[in-house]
Design a binder for this molecule. Structure first.
Ligand SMILES: CC(C)(COP(=O)(O)OP(=O)(O)OC[C@H]1O[C@@H](n2cnc3c(N)ncnc32)[C@H](O)[C@@H]1OP(=O)(O)O)[C@@H](O)C(=O)NCCC(=O)NCCS
Length: 186
């Protein structure tokens, strides 16, 4: 596939509508087939309501990034540090809570660019490692992280509607050096 053209920009409060659109659409594309409509709707209505996303956008310990093709959102990234992390609250760790791209862009340069954005942000904050939780049934995402150097180290529960699922926790230890490109596609 030809490389996709996009820009990655930190999301601002004025991007709330775009953020909600891309959050919901990518979540449905990825997970509707493996979850009940009730659980999916409940999750979208709570975790991806305007109110919740607006408050997360305003949290100084979180940062969303939007991938824009012209003005259209085609993917996004959410980082948490400090007490915004969903586990640990480790002062020197950064969590990738979400990397989501539209299904039509799977397998392109888009997800690697979002991951590199996360790594760059973590290095700017001198973070020791980046960690994330991924659903144990999400083999594609696990393969994506694994081929980019992440290793599984624990598990934690993730509740989707009424369904308590098992997330595999993965982390990437960061080397602090002069170079900024710390992961290579294989
Ligand atoms: C996770 C995500 C960002 C990865 O981006 P991507 O463009 O799909 O990633 P890539 O294509 O570079 O890598 C996926 C790898 O999984 C492989 N793969 C595809 N389907 C697979 C499957 N069912 N089982 C195992 N591996 C699979 C691909 O072949 C590829 O590996 P390869 O490069 O060795 O061939 C993207 O798939 C996405 O947005 N998914 C939905 C949201 C999501 O799951 N986010 C992560 C939540 S933690």
């Amino acid at each position: 596939m030809n490389p996709v053209c996009f820009t990655i920009t930190p999301a601002l409060p004025r991007h709330l509508a775009k953020l909600q659109y891309i959050s919901r659409r990518t979540f449905i594309e990825a997970f509707a087939k493996d979850n009940t409509p009730q659980n999916l709707i409940q999750y979208l209505q709570t975790a991806m309501s305007r109110k919740r996303l607006g408050s997360e956008l305003a949290n100084p310990n979180s940062q969303f990034y939007l991938a824009l093709n012209k003005e259209t959102a085609i993917g996004y990234l959410k980082l948490n540090w400090g007490n915004a992390q969903t586990e640990f609250s480790h002062p020197h760790w950064i969590e990738i809570e979400r990397i989501y791209v539209l299904q039509k862009y799977y397998g392109t340069n888009l997800a690697p660019a979002l991951l590199q954005t996360a790594i760059n942000a973590a290095q700017q904050q001198n973070a020791a490692c980046i960690w994330l939780g991924v659903w144990e049934k999400n083999s594609r995402a696990m393969r994506f992280y694994q081929k980019n150097g992440f290793l599984a180290f624990a598990n934690h529960p993730f509740t989707l509607g009424q369904d308590v699922q098992n997330d595999v926790l993965m982390k990437l230890e960061l080397a602090h050096s002069e170079t900024t490109n710390h992961f290579k596609r294989k």
